[in-house]
Structure formats: C-alpha cells, structure tokens
Design a binder for this molecule. Sequence first.
Ligand SMILES: Nc1ncnc2c1ncn2[C@@H]1O[C@H](COP(=O)(O)OP(=O)(O)OP(=O)(O)O)[C@@H](O)[C@H]1O
Length: 228
Amino acid sequence: MIEMQDIYKTYPDGGQALRGVSVRVERNEFVYIVGPSGAGKSTFMKLIYREERPTKGTIFVNGFNLEKLKQRKIPFVRRNIGVIFQDFKLLPKMTAYENIAFAMEVIEAPSRVIKKRTQEVLELVRLKDKGNAYPNQLSGGEQQRVAIARAIVNNPTVIVADEPTGNLDPETSWGIMKLLEEINFRGATIIMATHNKDIVNTMRKRVIAIENGLIARDEQRGEYGYED
Ligand SMILES: Nc1ncnc2c1ncn2[C@@H]1O[C@H](COP(=O)(O)OP(=O)(O)OP(=O)(O)O)[C@@H](O)[C@H]1O
C-alpha cells in the first residue's frame, strides 16, 4: 500500500514539481503514471523510493511513514521497493548474474540463497543462458530484463518503473510489459511512469495523470489521453 497525503515538492532552485498530491494505491494494483514532460512524474516516483523527500506532506509505504522512519528501518523499507529505470542502470563491470546477485549481497543474504534465487530470477526473465554476459554484450531488451531481475530478486512488494520501455523498440517493449504483468500477477504492486500511448491504451489499468504538479485524472481502466 502506498499513500501520499497532500505532497508538495519544491526543488532547492525553486522549481515546484508537485503542488498538493494526495493518492492511495492498494496492494497488488498496477498503475500507470502519465502526463506531459516536466509534469512531475519522476518526482512522484522518486518520493516513493525515497530518492527525494517531500517539502511538505506525508508518504506511507506498506504502513511505514517515510518521513518519520528511524535510520535503522530505512534499509528494510527500501528493500521492499524494486526500482526500474529507462536507462537500465546496470553496473558495467559486472556480469548479468553479478548485477542481480549484488542486490542480495548488499542485504547480506547467505551465499547459498543468493545462488539459488539469482538463477531463479534469471530464468523468470528468460535469460538463463546469459548470466555470464556483461551489459555491453546484451541487447537493450536483455539489459532491461536483467534490471527487472535485479529489482525483483529480494521479493519487493512494490515495483517502481520510470519509463521502463523508453529506450526500447515496440516489440521489445511488449516483452517487458508481459514480464511486469507476470510480476504483478505474482503479487507485486506496480507503479509505472510512461509516455507509451499504445501500451497504456492496450493494457487497460488504472491511469493517474499528473499535470503541472497536480493529479489531473485518476481512472480505473483509463486511457493515455495525450497525443505524443
Ligand atoms: N533535481 C531537480 N532540481 C531542480 N528541478 C528539478 C529537479 N528534478 C526535476 N525538476 C523539475 O521539476 C519538474 C518536474 O520534473 P519531473 O522530472 O518530475 O517531470 P516528469 O513528468 O518526470 O518529466 P519527463 O516526462 O520529461 O520525464 C520540472 O519542472 C523539472 O524541471
């Protein structure tokens, strides 16, 4: 569960990215965040995974108030949120396998568990045979699948995906969407910011439109609603 209560975000240079956003996303929902460039979508996403902090307002993730979190609870809450980016953000000097396993090493999982679970997610994203490849030896779609495997390896309850298909061709994008749908089916809440009209209008889900720092629309089985 994610809940924002009257969230404002003003960046240090004075730019107002969000201007009073209140929203609730239930467990296991799949939500698209749409809106014009500069509307505040990435800021909205960053507040959920605590990359940015709100200027005002309260955010709850799985019942934890992110603004009142004790230092020692931060890793625990963070581990429950998997993040996927447009540009994949894989570590270039690590293989696909190592990129995924690393996410478990940082939470100090036992090495036996790491080996088993990393193989399991490599299979889930259909990259069993590419574990030893480095990111620059993989296609864009394959790199994004590694990034998805890394995001889900610790079994997070929430996946935040900021334009995950932004750098991919349409066919590859559909493959990524099928995977996200499967992850949602297995129980994760998915929040995905996108400019992909086809995907939003085909895979009808809840659509939240952010315009000028405010929620302009929030519809179940919504539409993309813009021309780009
Ligand atoms: N780190 C930052 N410092 C200052 N201003 C910022 C920062 N990040 C974003 N902004 C500003 O906040 C506003 C919202 O930006 P944000 O990146 O959230 O929009 P967006 O909807 O994700 O856009 P896009 O679709 O182009 O990715 C913009 O005016 C932007 O210039």
